[in-house]
Design a protein around this ligand. Structure first.
Ligand code: MG
Length: 160
């Protein structure tokens, strides 16, 4: 019997900036540009973070980690995710599975997906086979197609 299950959804987008490290799913991807943001701008972890918070109607990443707060400048997004995950655990929930999509024209992300699954699984205390990370392009259309940035979406299921 499933007593209490909650679904959460998250979306995020960041623009590219030359000379920054490209962090995605908690790992560094070798690339000439990174993403611009107040934190390390890990767009995938931000989408997952919003999905976690959303599942329990706890607001969003912007209310928990405001970009007006110097405390979060250059912040490691794995730490932000840990903090949100603690809120979820304190309420008696755990993650059942998550499914995420990263939309990027370049770089090609496929080779890095297993490492992202391992990292996200460690952060959320689940096996990597419960962490789906998919990568797609925007077929050269729009801001992603023009290599101006990367978007990510995530759906997460929590069980009590
Ligand atoms: Mg963000």
């Amino acid at each position: 019997v499933i007593n209490d299950i909650r679904v959460g959804y998250g979306y995020d987008v960041h623009q590219f900036a030359e000379g920054r490290r490209l962090m995605l799913g908690g790992i560094e991807i070798p690339w000439h540009a990174g993403l611009l943001g107040h934190s390390d701008a890990d767009v995938l972890l931000h989408a997952i973070n919003d999905a976690l918070l959303g599942a329990l109607a706890l607001g969003d990443i912007g209310t928990h980690f405001p970009d007006t707060d110097e405390k979060w400048r250059g912040a490691d997004s794995t730490k932000l995710l840990n903090s949100s995950f603690d809120l979820i655990k304190r309420r008696g929930y755990r993650v059942q599975n998550l499914d995420a999509t990263v939309v990027a024209e370049r770089p090609k992300l496929k080779p890095f997906i297993p490492e992202m699954q391992d990292m996200i699984g460690r952060l959320l205390e689940i096996e990597p086979d419960r962490v789906s990370v998919k990568a797609t392009t925007s077929e050269k259309m729009g801001f992603i197609g023009r290599n101006e940035g990367i978007a990510a979406m995530a759906v997460i299921l929590l069980v009590k």
